[in-house]
Write a protein that binds this ligand. Structure first.
Ligand code: SAM
Length: 208
């Protein structure tokens, strides 16, 4: 994965993205994302790689202080158009280098971004960094099954799927290894296609 190609491919995806990735099974999975999170008015939420903003209306966004970043202007524009009358701050930014201070947010949400961004360990490190101590990091993404290699079929199509802007062979366990001391796993559950797409909720333990 690389940022230049992601720009090209997500420009192409932008007009049709929601008809596939915010419909059917995806929509049902997204409905579960914020189910046990009790947001308080005024809390700060960061969406990393917000795309077209598919998750935003699944939480009480009008009562929250929401910031949403994405690298693709085209995807971001879709989200901006959808939430034109809201107070949401949309910024073009690289998830691997977030321009926010440590602990700036109560919640950090990363849906379908760790399987897309070129350096997912760096992006995850940034997500943890900008989350405050005792804040929550919520991940929704497809990951390789822990402890198992990819099937021959998945290995065969992995490179083609990468060209479409995502990687089916990413291990969440490897991504979070370096941040193990800073986070505690609260829950990890399969929410779509068995355990392929997971909803992972983490608590930040330290200040940095
Ligand atoms: C599969 S889409 C997910 C969008 C949205 N989060 C969702 O759940 O529908 C991946 C998004 O990551 C964005 N992206 C790719 N590379 C990025 C980077 N380096 N920094 C920030 N966003 C990036 C793409 O532009 C795209 O909008």
């Amino acid at each position: 994965m690389n940022n230049s190609w992601n720009k090209v491919i997500y420009k192409a995806w932008a007009p049709i993205y929601d008809t596939i990735f915010n419909a059917g099974s995806f929509s049902k999975a997204r409905e579960k994302l914020f189910k046990d999170i009790h947001f308080q008015p005024g809390e700060k939420v960061l969406f990393v790689g917000v795309g077209t903003g598919a998750d935003i209306d699944r939480l009480p966004y009008e009562q929250l202080e929401i910031t949403a970043i994405d690298y693709s202007e085209d995807m971001l524009q879709k989200a901006k158009d959808k939430y034109r009358n809201s107070r949401i701050t949309f910024l073009q930014m690289d998830a691997q280098q977030l321009d926010f201070t440590d602990g700036a947010f109560d919640y950090v949400v990363g849906s379908l971004i760790l399987s897309v961004v070129p350096d997912n360990r760096k992006a995850f490190g940034e997500m943890v960094r900008v989350c405050r101590k005792d804040g929550l990091v919520l991940i929704f993404d497809k990951f390789a099954e822990p402890g198992k290699g990819l099937s021959i079929a998945k290995k065969a199509i992995r490179h083609v799927i990468k060209l479409l802007g995502t990687d089916i062979g990413v291990s969440f366990e490897e991504i979070c290894q370096a941040k193990k001391e800073n986070i505690r796993l609260i829950s990890d559950e399969g929410v779509m296609f068995g355990n392929m797409y997971r909803r992972i909720l983490l608590k930040k333990l330290s200040k940095t």
